[in-house]
Write a protein that binds this ligand. Structure first.
Ligand code: SF4
Ligand code: SF4
Length: 76
């Protein structure tokens, strides 16, 4: 299944990824990270692996996207 991993301590809480995601996957965490920000986190399990969040994020390495190869095949 396609999914994203957000490194909580790399995130500056700008919310660009949250606004950019077409599936409403991402939201704001209740916790505060070591930089003092409320980081983005995964809220719902409907990621399609499109990568838009990754390209919208100004922090290198904060978001990793894992695209399910079976889903990729099905969409071709
Ligand atoms: S990869 Fe696409 S669907 Fe998945 S969280 Fe990022 S923007 Fe949303
Ligand atoms: S775009 Fe990057 S820095 Fe901004 S909230 Fe999302 S993960 Fe954090």
């Amino acid at each position: 299944m396609s999914h994203v991993i957000i490194k909580q301590d790399e995130c500056k809480g700008c919310k660009l990824c949250i606004k950019a995601c077409p599936r409403g996957v991402l939201g704001v965490s209740d916790s505060i990270n070591k930089l003092g920000y409320q980081p983005a986190c995964v809220k719902v399990d409907s990621c399609i692996g499109c990568g838009i969040c990754y390209y919208s994020c100004p922090e290198p390495g904060a978001i990793s996207v894992f695209k399910d190869k079976k889903e990729q095949k099905n969409s071709n």
